[in-house]
Ligand binder design. Sequence first.
Ligand code: SF4
Ligand code: SF4
Length: 175
Amino acid sequence: MPETPGEKDDVVRVNFQFRRELAEKVEGNLASFCYQCGACVGDCPAATYGDEFNPREIMLKVLYGLGDELLVEDSILWECTNCYNCHERCPQEVKPVEVIISLKNMLADLGIYPDAVEKVIKTFEETGRTTPLSAAVTRQRERFNLPPLPPVPIEEIQKLLEPAPDEGGADPTDG
Ligand code: SF4
Ligand code: SF4
C-alpha cells in the first residue's frame, strides 16, 4: 500500500510548542521570517573559525521547532560571539543574534551554561562589571590615553539583581 503523507519516518514535524515558548522570549518570534538565504553565514566569525556553527542552520532548527537539538549540554549556541554581523546582513531583519540570545536565555533558565559564562555572571554580580578591572587593564587604558573608568554603582546593580517577590525575593512593600 502506498505511503500517505505523514507516514514516512523521515518526515519532520514542526514542534509549535517550542516555537511558542521561544516566541515569548525577547525577539524570539523573529525567526519565523527567516527564508534560509544564508546571508547571515558569510560574515559570521563563529561559522568561519568554528567547525559546526552555522546561524542559518540554527534558524532552520528554530523553524522546525527542534528545541531538543538546540537546548542541550555543550550546545553549539555558546559559540556565537554576539558580534551582530548576522543582524546587519539579514535581508529579513530576523536578527539571528537576538534569536540566539533568546535560546541562550532558555538554556540558562534550564540551568545549562558553560563554566566561562558562570564566571562572567559571578564577576558581574560581585563587581558590576563583566571583566574585573585589573592593574593591567588600567595600564593599557593609560597607554591609549583613555580616561579612568567611572565607578560602578554596585549597590544599585545588586538591588536590581535581587529576585522579584514572585521568584522568592523580598517584597519591597513589606516593612
Ligand atoms: S540572513 Fe536572515 S533570512 Fe537569511 S538565513 Fe540568515 S536569518 Fe534567515
Ligand atoms: S552574532 Fe553570532 S551568529 Fe551572528 S554573526 Fe556574530 S557570531 Fe555569528
